[in-house]
Design a protein around this ligand. Structure first.
Ligand code: 5RP
Length: 260
């Protein structure tokens, strides 16, 4: 069955599989959103069902909540959990300092709140997500629907003074209508090509009235687990300055592929 997975799914799966090794009995865990995070939820669900692992999940989107519930993972809201031991999530890009762009799936606001409320954030990614500088992936900015065109114009005006290579801003669509986030907001995607100073960029953009949050995660991620289609996994820990190499055996995990 694993042979039927695309190379990218194999890479996502092995990163996810390695990440759940960090989940210990009794932990409160933030559950990310996206296709890589969905693999992680499946791996976690298996540990809950097969090994009796006790874990409380805080999902970062309705999609993830539905999947976790279906797989038998106990979920609560962040208000119920208050603080988490660990969050595991995907990313659209990460750089050498483990700063991220997130929000390709539209869940950046809840993802950032949940990751910030965690002792540790682990990002799981296929190797294609690594970049020398953030910004090739369009940066999602969540904005309030009220006056969104004015907010977008203010963002565009602000971009002129920031160190970026591109300045196009587009409203994210879902067919003929605006894409609506789980919080009822819109997303403006910024096509910046390269962000010279992500920390400054994030602070400045968040000052604009109408902007709720942006998809830059600065100094939030502690560990990136990079998956390769061959089964190789690299664990990069920014706090310890360590890089570990490992290998995941696809044959030992066929039951996970058979389920989906
Ligand atoms: C959702 C996200 C995702 O983590 C990001 O888009 C990566 O998704 P995928 O794992 O499907 O490549 O930020 O808002």
């Amino acid at each position: 069955m694993s042979a039927e997975l695309s190379p990218i799914d194999r890479a996502k799966f092995v990163a996810a599989k390695r990440a759940v090794d960090y989940v210990q009995d009794g932990m409160r865990v933030g559950l990310g959103t996206g296709s890589t995070a969905a693999w992680m939820v499946r791996c976690l669900g298996e540990l809950v069902r097969e090994d009796g692992l006790r874990v409380t999940g805080v999902p970062t989107s309705r999609r993830t909540a539905e999947l976790a519930q279906k797989l038998g993972i106990k979920i609560v809201t962040l208000d119920e959990a208050r603080w988490l031991d660990l969050t595991i999530d995907g990313a659209d890009e990460f750089d050498g300092d483990l700063n991220l762009i997130k929000g390709g799936g539209g869940a950046l606001l809840q993802e950032k709140i949940v990751a910030t409320a965690s002792d540790q954030m682990i990002v799981i990614a296929d190797v294609a997500k690594e970049v020398p500088a953030l910004g090739a992936f369009p940066l999602p900015v969540e904005v309030i629907p009220f006056g969104w065109q004015t907010t977008k114009a203010l963002i565009e005006e602000t971009l002129v003074s920031l160190d970026v290579l591109g300045r196009d801003a587009t409203l994210r669509m879902n067919g003929d209508s605006a894409f609506i986030t789980d919080e009822g907001n819109y997303i403006v995607d910024l096509h910046l090509r390269r962000i010279g100073n992500p920390r400054q960029f994030s602070l400045v953009i968040n000052q604009i009235p109408g902007v709720v949050e942006n998809g830059l995660f600065i100094d939030i991620c502690d560990i990136v687990i990079v998956g390769h289609a061959t089964g190789r996994v690299e664990v990069r820990d920014i706090n310890n300055g360590t890089v570990e190499d490992g290998q995941i055996d696809f044959a030992a995990n066929e039951n996970l592929f058979a389920e989906f």
